[in-house]
Design a protein around this ligand. Structure first.
Ligand code: GLU
Length: 427
């Protein structure tokens, strides 16, 4: 694997650039993040001591509009990770034709070790530190790994205190009573579900004969598992950070979700809980889940799960990347050789940011949409862009990821070139 996550991400750009005629200025611009902010956040802990946390916000490219992207709270957050996540957001927003550039933020910590009071103080401290870097027309944060609507509500509240005016459009993924959109919480999974339904139709694959393994049981993973099982797919394996369960006959996902919510861990589901008795199952590790002999694999946890070290052992026929960056670029080559089709993150998980865009529009217009309208518009967007990318892949005989990058690059290229290119200045 290349030295940094960002250089790995850039390899996808390099590959797509081979298929498009693009002014060299575009590539030159897109290889570097526009601005990266590193902040220290002092937080008074419940026991009276002071801890200082490291936070980041990266605005990668704003040629298509204000930058957009989530904020994650995780021990593995680094500047390199946040920069590559911001890079992916840039391409994701372009794939969905949203009037946004890409950004990302993060704080390095294990949120499970903090009390709710500490988390609130940390979140408000983070907003204090980045307040001049964000704004409804500058950069708009949203939820990501281990952040949720409540955290977004604190962010919006703190920003409004700083600016001395209620500013709902500064953050998306807020609680509905604070200006959040209906359907935002389920949007990432819903979007992925629409991509999958379109793909399965095109591939002539019937849900009832399709086995699925889902890695990750957070907001995206648990909801997609439930949507798929309700649509008749056989979800045979799920996992969270502590491990997973496998049942050849299929798992009772709604019960597992209810149980996980009550117990706060999937572990309880298979170790102690009553759900154990609903269906016979084996306990498996996350690594084993990835290598199961299933039709569809849905990585919905973190990046770098399928690398050159395990790509050869992947047996799924299709991979739908609900997580950001779960497959590295060298693993891509191996999967392509094996004929495994990967539906890339910048399309598959773009439902979240698409409904974030709807939320931003609602905040700015002051008019709020019913759930049916949100989901209908999401479905239209996801299906249209899936079709577009499918057509590019067919026309140029490239894999779907390269097709998605080409699609995004065309839109980004137009926006960058519209400001003047070397061709304009030198001729
Ligand atoms: N964190 C989500 C993502 O990676 C959503 C970002 C957003 O809504 O701005 O796409």
């Amino acid at each position: 694997m290349p030295e940094t996550l960002l250089s790995d991400a850039n390899q996808r750009l390099e590959k797509a650039l081979r298929y498009v005629t693009m002014d060299p200025d575009v590539a030159a611009r897109l290889h570097y993040p526009k601005a990266s902010l590193i902040v220290s956040i002092p937080v008074r802990m419940d026991n009276g001591t002071l801890r200082v946390f490291q936070g980041y916000r990266v605005r990668y490219d704003d040629s298509r509009g204000p930058t957009k992207g989530g904020v994650r709270y995780h021990p593995s957050v680094t500047l390199d990770e946040v920069q590559s996540l911001a890079f992916w957001m840039t391409f994701k927003c372009a794939v969905l034709n949203l009037p946004f550039g890409g950004a990302k933020g993060g704080i390095t910590l294990n949120p499970k070790e903090l009390s709710k009071f500490e988390l609130e103080r940390l979140t408000r401290g983070y907003v204090d530190a980045i307040a001049d870097f964000i704004g409804p027309d500058i950069d708009i944060p949203a939820p990501d790994v281990y952040t949720n609507a409540m955290v977004m509500g604190w962010m919006m509240d703190q920003y409004s205190i700083i600016r001395r005016q209620i500013t709902p459009a500064v953050v998306t993924g807020k609680p509905v009573t604070m200006g959040g959109s209906l359907g935002r919480e389920t949007a990432t999974a819903m979007g992925a579900f629409f991509v999958m339904q379109t793909a399965m139709q095109r591939l002539g694959q019937n849900p009832a004969n399709t086995t699925v393994a889902v890695q990750g049981f957070g907001n995206a993973g648990s909801i997609i598992a439930e949507l798929l099982s309700k649509a008749g797919y056989r979800v045979v394996a799920v996992s969270d950070s502590k491990g997973g369960v496998y049942a050849k006959k299929g798992l009772d996902i709604p019960s597992i979700r209810r149980f996980k919510e009550a117990s706060r861990g999937l572990k309880a589901v298979y170790c102690e809980g009553s759900v154990c008795n609903i269906v016979e199952h084996d306990v498996i590790t996350n690594e084993e889940l990835l290598e199961l002999d299933v039709d569809v694999l849905v990585p919905a946890a973190l990046e770098n799960q399928i690398t050159k070290d395990n790509a050869d052992r992947i047996r799924a026929r299709y991979i739908f990347e609900v997580a950001n960056g779960p497959v590295t670029s060298d693993a891509d080559e191996i999967l392509n050789r094996k004929g495994i089709q990967v539906f890339p993150d910048i399309l598959t998980n773009a439902g979240g940011v698409t409904v974030s865009y709807f939320e931003w529009v609602q905040n700015r217009s002051g008019s709020y949409w019913p759930l049916e309208k949100v989901n209908r518009k999401l479905e239209q967007s996801m299906n249209a862009e899936t079709d577009h990318i499918w057509a590019i892949a067919q026309e140029l005989s490239v894999d779907l990821r390269t097709a998605a990058y080409i699609h995004a690059l065309n839109r980004l290229g137009e926006a960058i070139s519209a400001r003047g290119t070397r061709e304009f200045y030198l001729t």
